[in-house]
Design a protein around this ligand. Structure first.
Ligand code: GLU
Length: 445
């Protein structure tokens, strides 16, 4: 069976780094196995779902290079949920409940007050037909619970957490449908996983107990449960899920100059035993992805680390990847010369201005001005050749006896207006003979 994974966001907001990480891991899991990655829009909640978020989710995945191999929407599948619901009902595994939210809350409080786990007492199961009819006649619409089979212990081999075991008698029968007929996430998700041939469900560990419940649903729906893996949640560098992290999404990261490769490289490895590395090639990220390396401790997301990684990644991005982001006229040689100095792509324009000018050189003392005039003459008279920087500095060294900083720094300052920057050997040919000579003359006064 083709490995099939899915990313199933609810379009009630923008994706944040935690969601993006889940999407990425599902994409990687599928691609590593040569399988399929599906996007499932969980939009059963019509009141909270918004089309603009659906579009933003697609755009974010696209920016990250996580193209889905198919897209489904839960809002278009209500008839299937009815059918699945009917199957469970016929199997005697769905029952109507009439408690109000307040009544349920009171039951919870009483149990907690006695030091007991707040498990639903199944009171609705014990209603007589007459009692049920009375509720209905009074206009109380039921909500519906899935009846867990207490005699069937729930076990699975989790791809990250290892062997998992749940006692269904220690769990509440989950509500699967509200009194207004709307669906809670649990049942539609199981129905869809079956219908879409999902073989691997990889999601956050906040879903572990949902998995236990869903495993019984799969069985009643006559389907084999997919493989499950639950990853530890993402937390901020301070050790908890901060507000900032919960709202940090592609838009802000893009704005901050983060490239998709950097975000992918970090999120692919965070929380695993593999080191975070500046891997810009997607194939290498896919090849090294391995659920067995995932740990149980929360993955710590550190924005400073992301920016460091971004710089390392930018330094190795090939020209073809960035050409559309470069200033007009900036070619491959210029990119190669400048990229080691760029931490974020928006800095490129400043470095390119060093090539095109004008530059703002500092004021030099008289002796240095003489040296720079000498450099201008040398440049004008000498052989430009393949490596004009080497030729120029070689001639000046021999002619003036200057060396090291005294030889190089005034030249760099006069030619670029800066004390540091790209390798002059690469930069000088880009500046060109005419502009370089003029800059040296100007600095020489
Ligand atoms: N829509 C659910 C969520 O965002 C999907 C969970 C799942 O992957 O099954 O939590």
């Amino acid at each position: 069976m083709t490995v099939t994974t899915r990313f199933a966001p609810s379009p009630t907001g923008h994706l944040h780094v935690g969601n993006i990480r889940t999407a990425l891991h599902n994409w990687l899991l599928a691609k590593k196995a040569g399988g399929r990655f599906l996007l499932r829009i969980d939009d059963t909640d019509a009141a909270r779902s918004r089309e603009e978020y659906v579009e933003a989710i697609r755009a974010d995945l696209n920016w990250l290079g996580l193209e889905p191999d198919g897209e489904e929407r839960q809002s278009a599948r209500f008839d299937r949920y009815e059918t699945g619901f009917a199957t469970l009902r016929e199997a005697g595994r769905i029952y109507p409940c009439f408690e109000t939210a307040q009544e349920l809350e009171l039951k919870r409080k009483i149990l907690l007050g006695r030091g007991l786990p707040p498990i639903y007492d199944r009171a609705a199961l014990n209603l007589s037909d007459a009692e049920r009819a009375e509720k209905e006649a009074a206009g109380v619409a039921p909500h519906w619970r899935f009846k867990l089979d207490h005699a069937a212990p729930i076990e699975w081999e989790d791809g990250i957490r290892g062997h998992q075991k749940f006692d269904p008698a220690q769990m509440s029968d989950p509500v699967v449908r509200r009194a207004d007929g709307s669906w809670l996430y649990m049942l539609p998700s199981a129905i869809d996983d079956i219908a879409m041939g999902v073989t691997d469900v990889l999601r956050g560990e906040d879903h572990v107990s949902n998995t236990a419940l869903q495993i019984q649903m799969f069985h009643v729906l006559n389907a084999e449960a997919p493989r499950f893996a639950h990853e530890a949640l993402l937390v901020g560098s301070e050790g908890k899920l901060s507000k900032r992290l919960g709202s940090l999404g592609v838009a802000q990261l893009r704005e901050a100059g983060i490239e998709p490769e950097a975000l992918v490289a970090l999120l692919a490895r965070l929380g695993t035993s593999q080191p975070v590395e500046a891997i810009a090639e997607r194939t290498a990220v896919v090849e090294t992805f391995d659920l067995a390396t995932f740990g149980r401790a929360p993955a710590r997301f550190d924005e400073a680390e992301l920016h460091r990684l971004n710089a390392q990644i930018v330094h190795r991005l090939p020209y073809a990847r960035v050409s559309h982001l470069l200033p007009q006229g900036m070619g491959e040689d210029a990119w190669d010369a400048i990229r080691p100095n760029v931490a974020h792509m928006d800095e490129v324009a400043d470095w390119w201005r060093i090539v095109t000018g004008p530059v703002d050189a500092p004021a030099f003392d008289e002796e240095t001005r003489g040296y720079l005039a000498n450099a201008a003459d040398t440049l004008e008279a000498g052989d430009w050749g393949d490596d004009p920087w080497h030729t120029l500095t070689g001639a000046l060294k021999a002619g003036t006896g200057r060396k090291g900083k005294a030889l190089f720094l005034p030249l760099r300052q006069a030619l670029t207006g800066m004390d540091h920057g790209p390798d002059m050997k690469q930069l000088l040919p880009l500046i060109g003979r005419e502009r370089a000579t003029a800059r040296l003359r100007e600095a020489a006064g």
